[in-house]
Structure formats: structure tokens, C-alpha cells
Design a binder for this molecule. Structure first.
Ligand SMILES: Cc1cc2nc3c(=O)[nH]c(=O)nc-3n(C[C@H](O)[C@H](O)[C@H](O)COP(=O)(O)OP(=O)(O)OC[C@H]3O[C@@H](n4cnc5c(N)ncnc54)[C@H](O)[C@@H]3O)c2cc1C
Length: 332
């Protein structure tokens, strides 16, 4: 099936940034807004962090005095806020293509098939992802079972109460690695070993201190040019600088990179290798009327920052739309 629908603004991604942008656009008086989200619910990454007794709160709500909250509580709060506006949301809908000249967005959804819609402005709010093994450029070896990314670990442990790893080894040492170590420990695993190719952890002291309430991972860091994942059927450890660190699961964690594939495919300017889209001061991309917000713009921040950034970008979009209208009036 194929059809063309028309919107004022299309927002790709229903995470904190996309929801923040939609709410503010609505508040600014813009109507005919569409949010397209490939998951079955809005909320983005926070939806993967479930509330559990003794669980780890890893998201921060500034409005409650900056206290950590569970991700799903945060996602539910976003869902309520967007539902109250009545903004149209298409769930289970994956954007697969954009046409920058025609300002078209194409997505597939199980109910509608392939759909193309036009918009006067489009906002990318597609978030970030963890760097793959080749993108890290220092990891070799087996890719057996029990080699996973944090998002997969969360899907198994937080969302489905499974216990995928008992003796975890985490590669990467930014805050997501320490959060993963804490999740694993509260789920019943031993304290994780964290390994990285730098001398000190990427996580600041006070954040590590917070996660020590839940787990006390050891850190092995050294300038090294290679590490090797061992175990051909299931991961059984990692060899770094001739030293073998045993484990029954390897988690490749952190080091976020923007989810800017769609922008690249649409020939918008994107810096390589950082994959950070080129933006002006109004968060506008290399084509007029195309904007980006949240973790897709790089820098990598917490959810609440992304939510407020979404609101800020909504103001830029509103200004752009009103300027377009002004230009049209002047022409008449
Ligand atoms: C594994 C992992 C763990 C993290 N843990 C924390 C944490 O504990 N605390 C914290 O504060 N931050 C954490 N972050 C950072 C987190 O990404 C931000 O806090 C926040 O969620 C970013 O908001 P966002 O809206 O920019 O992106 P996201 O939350 O990533 O939302 C992007 C949304 O866009 C959708 N999307 C992407 N591409 C398409 C497409 N083509 N079509 C349709 N929909 C699409 C996705 O499904 C997603 O819902 C983590 C990030 C990762 C990757």
C-alpha cells in the first residue's frame, strides 16, 4: 500500500528529545504534528530500565530536585505528557527513507505497509547507539553467544528477568558500563570486571561512587592496541596484553555514536567518523527545514537534557515555520 499524507512537522523518534519537541511545538500553537516511533511505545532508551525492588535508578529528573529515577517511570511520565496534547503518534513504525528536496519521510508499519508523508519541517530525534566492535578499533576475536551490547543485556535482565551472565566482563568504562555492572550485580551476578584501553575509567569519580552503592567492579585499563574475545561457542573471557580475564559473558558497553544513518542516506551533511550531523546555531541541518535534537546531535547527555533540548529545537522549528509564512505573505 502507498499513500501521501501532509503534516506541518514530522518528528522521527519518540524518545525524550522527540517527545520534548512535540510537546513544545504543540504548546507553540503548531498543529498537524506527527511523531513516528519504531517501538511499541514512546519513551526511548529509558523504557528499558524497569522499576525493581532494590533496583538501580539511572535517570535523573531535574524537576524533582535532580534525584535519580527509574527509566520506565520517566518513560511513563513522557507518555502521559504527550498523550495529554493529543499529538498524533505512529507506533511500530520504522522510518526507512527520507527525501530532503521533496521534504518527504517514508516509513513501514505492520498495519499500513509502506507510507510516505510530506512535512514543512522534519526533526530527527533518533538518539544514539553503542559503538560496534569494529568501530572501537581495538577488539578482535570470537563473536560467540554471550557477547552483547548494554541494550540487549537490559532487554534480557531488566525487561524479562533473565540472568544472562554470572561472571561479567564489560568492555568500556563510561557511565553506561558502570550502570550495567550495577544492573548485573542487583540481578545476582558477581561484581563485573571492567576493561578499557585507557588508563583511567571514563566515568567521573562521583558517578562511580553512586554506582558503588550497588556494585564494586574492578577496573583494568591500559593503553593497548588490541584485545581478543575468547570462546568460539560462548564467550569465556578476554585476553588483553597477554593477560587472560575469564568471564562467562562479555558486554560491549557505552561509547555512544549518533543514529544518523537516515541523515546520511538523505545526503544531509554528517561528519565522518564521528557521525555527528552538521548543524547551525538553530539545530538546523544542511537543508532548510531539517532539524535534529537529543543524542543524535552528539555530545551524549542524559534523558532530561534531551527532553529540554527537544523543547529548544521546537522553538527553532516554530521560528522557521513562521518565517516561511512571512516570506509567503511578502511575496503576495
Ligand atoms: C544502552 C544505553 C543505555 C543508556 N543508559 C542511560 C542511563 O542509564 N541514564 C541516562 O540518563 N541516559 C542513558 N543513556 C543515554 C540515553 O540515550 C539518553 O538519556 C536519552 O534516552 C536520549 O534521548 P533521545 O530522545 O535523544 O534518544 P533515545 O532515547 O535513544 O530515543 C530515540 C528514539 O528514536 C527511535 N528511532 C530511532 N530510529 C528510528 C527510525 N528510523 N524510525 C522510527 N523510530 C526511530 C528509537 O526507537 C527511540 O525510541 C543510555 C543510552 C544507551 C544507548
Amino acid at each position: 500500500m502507498s499513500s501521501t499524507q501532509k503534516y506541518k512537522v514530522i518528528i522521527i523518534g519518540g524518545g525524550p528529545a522527540g517527545i520534548g519537541a512535540a510537546i513544545k511545538l504543540h504548546k507553540n500553537g503548531i498543529r498537524q504534528i506527527l511523531v513516528i516511533e519504531r517501538n511499541q511505545s514512546v519513551g526511548g532508551i529509558p523504557s528499558f530500565y524497569k522499576r525493581k525492588k532494590g533496583g538501580v535508578r539511572t535517570f535523573v529528573r531535574w524537576s524533582r530536585g535532580g534525584i535519580p529515577v527509574f527509566g520506565q517511570d520517566y518513560a511513563k511520565y513522557l507518555k502521559k505528557k504527550i498523550t495529554d496534547t493529543g499529538v498524533e503518534i505512529k507506533l511500530n513504525s520504522h522510518v526507512i527513507e527520507i527525501n530532503t528536496k521533496q521534504k518527504e519521510v517514508t516509513w513501514v508499519s505492520p498495519g499500513e505497509g509502506k507510507v510516505t508523508a510530506e512535512a514543512e519541517a522534519v526533526v530527527f530525534a533518533t538518539g544514539g547507539r553503542e559503538k560496534t566492535i569494529p568501530e572501537r578499533k581495538w577488539i578482535a576475536g570470537a563473536r560467540g553467544s554471550r557477547v552483547m551490547f548494554t541494550k540487549h543485556l537490559l532487554g534480557l535482565s531488566d525487561l524479562n528477568n533473565l540472568h544472562p551472565v554470572n561472571q561479567p566482563l564489560i568492555i568500556g568504562s563510561d557511565v553506561i558500563a558502570y550502570a550495567a555492572a550495577a544492573k548485573l550485580r542487583t540481578g545476582g551476578a558477581q561484581n563485573a570486571k571492567i576493561a578499557d584501553n585507557k588508563s583511567f575509567p571514563d566515568t567521573p569519580f562521583y558517578e562511580r561512587l553512586y554506582f558503588r552503592l550497588f556494585s564494586k567492579p574492578s577496573f583494568r585499563g591500559k593503553q593497548t592496541s588490541s584485545a581478543e574475545i575468547k570462546g568460539s561457542i560462548a564467550a569465556n573471557g578476554v585476553k588483553i596484553n597477554d593477560r587472560f580475564m575469564d568471564a562467562d559473558g562479555v558486554i560491549i558497553s557505552g561509547q555512544l555514536i549518533p543514529n544518523s544513518e537516515l541523515a546520511l542516506m538523505g545526503s544531509l551533511e554528517v561528519n565522518i567518523p564521528s557521525r555527528i550531523p552538521v548543524l547551525d546555531n538553530n539545530f538546523q541541518l544542511s537543508e532548510q527545514g531539517w532539524f535534529a535534537t537529543g543524542n543524535v546531535i552528539g555530545g551524549f547527555h542524559g534523558a532530561e537534557w534531551c527532553y529540554y533540548n527537544g523543547k529548544r529545537v521546537a522553538n527553532s522549528v516554530t521560528k522557521y515555520l513562521s518565517k516561511q509564512k512571512l516570506l509567503a505573505t511578502t511575496k503576495k
